[in-house]
Design a protein around this ligand. Structure first.
Ligand code: DGL
Length: 262
């Protein structure tokens, strides 16, 4: 197969990365994609750094065996733990694109806004995020909010429920005294429950995620490596999941279709 017609490999600790895949498909519908979700090992965000680095490298190798032309790490946790390792190994051969919390647009909503960044404990702990945070602390009041337990709702396909509303109500409870201006969804699972998050925060709060920015960066990199597809036909999306469970593939397909409509 021509270099440019090979699929783009997209992966996440589970089905969360579909929020990024949706942006990729919307921006570049004629590309082919393989989405690999490592739901067997989800969540990554509460594991050790070494565990996440090893799992992330294994995910990348799994996709490389399938002859992908680019790697999109559709996971903030895996990006913060292992993007440097992946770039060192593979960027001579192909683009390696990661994702990070979309803090920049969130701190621009008004002068000195109060912004919550929701992410996994690992993303918040890692140096990459701490460095990003430093760039904005003089312009905004940024609250880093680790959300252990939230990814599991999405992995179960529980996108709306009373239990989820209760979880979010407890999570945001300590921040209700003063108004919040913006929230950053710093984990790719969270945009898949955006409606529940928005409902819990109220309609006046601006919500941001990094999916569209990652898709734009992927397009830029495909052009730079001269491997953007010239196909004029709709591409294909293949879903794979480490659980080997057909229900996870069905959930993945459902999530992509549901989100492409929005
Ligand atoms: N979807 C992932 C992220 O963007 C990680 C969730 C997890 O496995 O903890 O951070």
């Amino acid at each position: 197969m021509d270099e440019m017609h090979r699929p783009i490999g997209v992966f996440d600790s589970g089905v969360g990365g579909i929020s990024v895949l949706k942006e990729l498909v919307a921006l570049m519908p004629n590309e082919n994609y393989i989405f690999y979700g490592d739901s067997k090992n989800a969540p990554y965000g509460t594991k050790t750094l070494k565990e996440v680095q090893d799992l992330t490298c294994a995910d990348a190798e799994y996709l490389l065996k399938q002859n992908v032309k680019a790697l999109v790490v559709a996971c903030n946790t895996a990006t913060s733990a292992a993007i440097r390792i992946l770039r060192k190994k593979y960027q001579d051969q192909m683009p390696v694109i990661g994702i990070e919390p979309a803090l920049k647009p969130a701190v621009s909503v008004k002068k000195n806004p109060r912004v919550i960044v929701m992410a996994t404990p690992m993303t918040i702990r890692e140096e990459k995020f701490q460095k990003l945070l430093k760039q904005f602390t003089s312009r905004a009041q940024v609250i880093s909010l680790p959300c252990p337990g939230l990814v599991e709702f999405v992995e179960r396909g529980e996108l709306e429920s009373e239990a989820l509303d209760d979880f979010l109500s407890v999570l945001f409870g300590p921040y209700r005294d003063e108004p919040i201006d913006a929230v950053v969804l710093g984990c790719t699972h969270y945009p898949l429950i955006r409606e529940s998050i928005q409902k819990s925060l109220g309609s006046g709060v601006a919500v941001f995620d990094g999916g569209a920015g990652t898709a734009r960066e992927t397009l830029r990199k495909l052009k730079e490596y001269k491997i953007l597809s010239d196909s004029t036909e709709q591409g294909t999306v293949v879903f794979e999941n480490s659980t080997g469970d057909e229900r996870m593939i069905e959930l993945s397909r459902y999530l992509l279709e549901r989100n492409l409509k929005h």
